[in-house]
Design a protein around this ligand. Structure first.
Ligand SMILES: NC(=O)c1ccc[n+]([C@@H]2O[C@H](COP(=O)([O-])OP(=O)(O)OC[C@H]3O[C@@H](n4cnc5c(N)ncnc54)[C@H](O)[C@@H]3O)[C@@H](O)[C@H]2O)c1
Length: 445
């Protein structure tokens, strides 16, 4: 089938490349001319594992092309996916101006039937509004459908998530639209959930809100563990093994970040308010998350003393999660800003995201590896659970540090082992064990 994708960001590019992988002819369109230039010359403007190879292969075989012209997208694809960004407005609602602009332009160029699909995350009832927008701008007599096909891929595992989804949600209001999308996704052999458009839209916000609730719940339990001497790893396992609850998203840490959960929770609160419901559960979820993100700063203030002026702090991990260069709502940035506001000197290391991060926290010294970041540091904070951090040479790391204080926002290590190695180890919701006397702590402080 001929498919057009409008918006070649994390979702649009993965969607386009994966649909090409399924054998479809895909045209990706973006209004960021630099992005299009990179894509047309064989590069990929974002980091997503496997994406460069997939895009390269299908571009060379002619199944994946790029343009900056929406007119070409409308001419090319019988199905047009809208994958543009839907950023938050100051009141927490969703800024739909990009969706609106694209819908208008699609309508203006349409000369024959097209199926316009919302893949961007949009509030319930947006489908009606997109349909109205297109109707007001289209030539008389041209038929079209609008459908909702929310995307559930996660950055870092985007290709696998797209090609092996738990489910594909198709919200459509006509037989024609439903059957086009069903045949598009048929090769995936995935469970298909056919719904009306509003339910499909609401499924996406509800799914992200529920994940956020789960994360804040386990983080709140971790706080109780810290105060009572229980161990969150054991508690999470004990409750997660109950199949009604499940183990996924049950790792305590420094909360959720990224492009989706923070904005989608905020949006869902606002959407619920607009239809007359006060979603207090989500307001509490947000509050817990906000405080959890700055927990490492509190630990440093308590341990090193306030203010943190001239303290040397190392940060490991900048991206909001591993295997991506995405820094949107990354906890690391809030932590660095809070530390620097108190006058701390921050050195950081991330396998992928340092170049992007430097634009956001320019006062930070970016380092070649974790050991260089840790050199002479009085504390080290782990913000992202990159796989390579699990395999650090811990004795070497301890030797590099002026004070072997590790604040682990992702619970990567066993407290007993860290204490044995001489670290003052603070993690989320697990017991604090005294560092072994072999530690350099006494001489360094
Ligand atoms: N990132 C994720 O993990 C993820 C997962 C599921 C759903 N979503 C949702 O998908 C949507 C896109 O997210 P993203 O992370 O890919 O965003 P993104 O910012 O990475 O990409 C959006 C792209 O749309 C382009 N764009 C904006 N206006 C345009 C226009 N008028 N014409 C052409 N291109 C235009 C931008 O230049 C950008 O390249 C959002 O609604 C998001 O909530 C994101």
């Amino acid at each position: 089938m001929k498919i057009s994708i409008i918006g070649c960001g994390y979702v649009g590019l993965v969607t386009g490349a994966c649909l090409a992988e399924l054998g479809h002819e895909v045209l990706g369109v973006d209004n960021d001319l630099e992005k299009v230039r990179i894509l047309q010359s064989g590069g990929v403007p974002i980091y997503e594992p496997g994406l460069e190879t997939l895009v390269g292969t299908h571009r060379q075989e002619g199944r994946l092309k790029f343009s900056s012209e929406i007119r070409e997208a409308v001419e090319h694809g019988q199905i047009i996916f809208i994958c543009v960004n839907t950023p938050p407005k100051p009141d927490g609602g969703v800024d739909l101006s990009f969706v609106e602009a694209v819908s208008r332009e699609i309508a203006r160029h349409m000369t024959a039937y097209r199926l316009v699909v919302e893949k961007s995350t949009v509030p319930v009832q947006t489908g009606d509004w997109v349909r109205r927008t297109i109707s007001e701008n289209i030539r008389p007599g041209v038929e079209f459908d609008v459908a909702s096909n929310p995307e559930f891929l996660r950055e870092g595992t985007g290709i696998r998530d797209f090609l092996h989804p738990d489910r594909v949600v198709i919200g459509a209001s006509s037989e024609r639209a439903t059957s086009l999308l069903v045949s598009l996704y048929e090769p995936l052999n995935a469970p298909l959930l056919l719904t009306d458009i509003k339910s499909a839209e609401l499924i996406k916000h509800s799914a992200n809100a529920f994940l956020a609730v789960k994360i804040s719940f386990i983080n709140a339990v971790a706080r109780v563990c810290s105060l009572s001497g229980a161990d969150i790893k054991k508690v999470a396992k004990g409750i997660g093994l109950d199949h009604r609850i499940g183990m996924a998203s049950m790792e305590a840490g420094i909360g959720y970040g990224g492009m989706c959960l923070p904005k989608d929770v905020k949006a869902f609160i606002q959407i619920a308010r607009e239809v007359g419901y006060d979603f207090e559960l989500l307001e509490a979820t947000e509050r817990i998350n906000a405080s959890q993100r700055l927990w490492p700063v509190q630990v440093l203030q308590q341990t090193l003393g306030e203010p943190l002026r001239t303290r040397k702090v190392a940060i490991l991990g900048l991206s909001f999660k591993p295997n991506t260069d995405d820094l949107r709502s990354a906890a690391s940035l809030d932590i660095i800003a809070a530390l620097q506001a108190e006058g701390a000197r921050v050195r950081a290391y991330d396998p992928i995201a340092m170049e992007r991060a430097l634009k956001k926290v320019p006062e930070t010294t970016m380092c070649q590896d974790p050991y260089q970041a840790a050199r002479d540091a009085e504390a080290l904070v782990i913000c992202t659970e990159w796989q390579e951090f699990r395999h650090l040479d811990l004795p070497r790391l301890r030797e590099e540090m002026a004070r072997p204080l590790v604040v682990d926002g992702r619970n990567l290590f066993e407290p007993a082992r860290m204490a044995e190695l001489g670290f003052e180890y603070r993690c989320v919701g697990r017991p604090i064990l005294p560092a072994s006397p072999r530690s350099r702590t006494a001489s360094a402080t």
